[in-house]
Write a protein that binds this ligand. Sequence first.
Ligand code: MLT
Length: 331
Amino acid sequence: MVFKTTTLVSLLAASSFFIGGSALATTFKVAVGDAQGSAQWEMASKFKTAFEAKTGGKHKVDLFPNGQLGSEETTVNSASIGTLDFSVLAINNITPFSPTVGVLTLPYVIQSAEEAKQLVTGEIGKELTANTVRDAGVRIVGWTFTGFRVLTNSKKPIKTIADLKGLKIRVPKNEIMIASYQAWGINPTPMAWSETFTALQQGVVDGQDNPYLTVHSMKFSEVQKYITNIRYVFSLEPIIVGEATFKKQPADVQKAILEAGTEATEHSYKWLADTEGKIKKELTAKGMQITDPADGEKEWIAKATTTVWPKFYASIGGKDKLDKVLKTLGR
Ligand code: MLT
């Protein structure tokens, strides 16, 4: 699986036509970081059908998978300045632009898909959406639930933190994820998502982490052998729209966007539950070996929570933001 070169961002990606501030029949372009068949693609496809139905076919949605419209990080800026309409991307790739969403990528805060849903569809989700509008000029209108991130590598089964020694692990350009691996004793390699498959293939890095669904849809089994269930971050992958683009739409179109986003979120949640078990079996059938950490996840959790959480209190907006999340989850 190889990513297409990113050449289409900017004006080519802008597909909404406005005259005097009101939208004519419009095709909205949606960048999708992952491949067709991924959780991102499934959610975006549901968004497309729901939105097109709600607007009676007056508005269309075109999906561009595999980072064709830019790396996930780049699409945040493109949506913000209006050269791209929507993007579906991992939350960790928004955090650099709106640090308070980092509360959702702090290791081991979210412990189940139910908790992930509870957070993003409730008060916390509303707050974080307001923050991305304020900080990054993009609005979250729906969520993909992709599952827990697990560690893959090409060299050996990993059971303990000590086993990580000597491995080169790619991480997103996300300070919290970098700090997590540092807490586990290695210096990971921050790298754009769009470069990851090739880097694994060429041995520039030995491993990476992402959910089972992503490992499968991105065909990582072709270049990775071992999976460890470290489950340190639950991958939430929102669909964002440029705030300026959203604001330019008439009220009925804004409503259709928000409703389609809600329907796509519900669909994604069910799809994860229906699909993940099957995908794990397929990965095993393709020769991948799945290992659990030796002591459950105890040493991974202890190091990550005690070392990483305090480092990011300031960037997530204060320790009380994390306390509020934990309280919402009944902890
Ligand atoms: C990343 O690792 O950068 C993202 O989680 C990849 C993705 O969007 O699936």
